[in-house]
Design a protein around this ligand. Structure first.
Ligand code: DAH
Length: 368
């Protein structure tokens, strides 16, 4: 065909664009390429024909043929890209190997500390106690002042605590919840319930218009102290606190309650030992130990050869603390005790390094 017109050639450009865009797959696209740009292709033929044209038509026909070739190349290249991309997407799906073991969702585990805390709470719930909590960022006034710490007590040293600002700190023990629990047991219309926590302890009693209910609570909770983190110490730890307030509560009640608790938790043959101690918020105060279950009291490395393992502190609630809670020390009395939970979890599960309790490493937690 040597009688090509410029129009014919332009049409080829349009046709190849339409056919390329409609090609359903790479094979069909290759056919389109051969049909237009192959050795026998129609655009190739048009280009060949130009040399045989009359000289005056050649420039226009040549230009049209080059343009048609360009359009063909572009249309084919862009369709190839589309088809290849689609193939890769489909290919990725095809590569699913159904014989591979599945990746199951990792199930949560109870943390060893939570296991211990729940057991402790269960024992005290069984004795009629209520489980309460308080904030970890606490008023300094509750962490110290309301608990009868004198203003210059060394425990308040910045070295030993994390302070948020001049009034708020991370609580160093669960004991401030004693004050919260006491004030919450005033009658609903008593002003003590609405009092600012920072009101000086001795003033609180002056606001009370009621007879607050007895208190019987335990407080599991997280506490903070500014310590270097080592194998045996952490700056985050858990405490468990117990507070009972009512008429005529004595040290005998404290002893009876603790003896019941340690026998339930550590075993029926557990014995308890009190030794005089000092805490600003109890009077008298005593630390308490249990006989070492590792050596049966003979002495071993767990009890440092003493036969006893120290658990925590206890005592009768100091009158100033009762006052800070809005209770009249002439009418009621109470006992309190508190101890660290991490050590219990460590002994119970034979955890050597206390830091593993706070790393949340699944290889560790999966064991519980
Ligand atoms: N709050 C004390 C501490 O962190 C522990 C403690 C001692 C709590 C005696 C008490 C108590 O309730 O009566 O070291």
């Amino acid at each position: 065909m040597s009688d090509w017109t410029v129009e014919d050639i332009e049409k080829l450009g349009e046709q190849v664009e339409a056919e390329a865009a409609a090609a359903p797959d790479l094979q069909a696209l290759e056919q389109v390429r051969i049909a237009y740009l192959g050795r026998e292709g129609r655009i190739t033929a048009a280009l060949k024909a130009i040399g045989k044209m009359p000289a005056d038509q050649r420039p226009a026909a040549g230009k049209a043929a080059n343009l048609a070739r360009q359009r063909a190349q572009q249309a084919i290249a862009s369709r190839r890209k589309e088809l290849e991309a689609a193939q890769t997407r489909a290919g990725a799906d095809d590569q699913l190997d159904v014989t591979l073991p599945g990746v199951g969702p990792e199930l949560g585990h109870r943390h060893p500390i939570m296991i211990v805390l729940e057991e402790l709470c269960d024992i005290f719930i069984g004795m009629g106690y209520e489980v309460v909590s308080g904030p970890e960022a606490e008023w300094q006034a509750l962490n110290w002042t309301a608990l009868n710490y004198p203003p210059d007590h060394p425990a308040m040293d910045e070295q030993a605590s994390f302070y948020v600002n001049d009034e708020v700190m991370l609580r160093t023990h669960t004991s401030p919840v004693q004050i919260r629990a006491m004030r919450a047991r005033h009658q609903p219309d008593c002003p003590v319930r609405q009092l600012d926590w920072r009101v000086p302890p001795m003033e609180v009693l002056g606001h009370c218009r009621c007879t607050p209910s007895p208190v019987r609570v335990v407080v599991p909770g997280r506490t903070y102290r500014r310590e270097s983190v080592t194998l045996t110490h952490h700056d985050i730890f858990y405490q468990f606190e117990c507070l009972l307030i009512g008429e005529g509560i004595s040290f005998a009640d404290l002893h009876g309650t603790m003896a019941t608790f340690v026998r339930e938790y550590f075993g029926p043959n557990t014995r308890i030992r009190f030794r005089p101690d000092f805490f600003p918020f109890t009077e008298p105060s005593a630390d308490f130990s249990i006989n070492c279950e590792m050596c049966g009291g003979e002495g071993c490395r767990f009890c440092k050869d003493s036969g006893w393992v120290e658990i925590g502190g206890s005592g009768l609630v100091h009158p100033n603390v009762l006052t800070a809670g809005g209770y009249d020390p002439d009418k009621v009395s109470g006992f309190a005790f508190g101890f660290g939970v991490d050590r219990l979890a460590q002994r119970r599960f034979h955890i050597e390094d206390i830091r593993t309790l706070y790393e949340n490493d699944m290889r560790f937690l999966r064991q519980f």
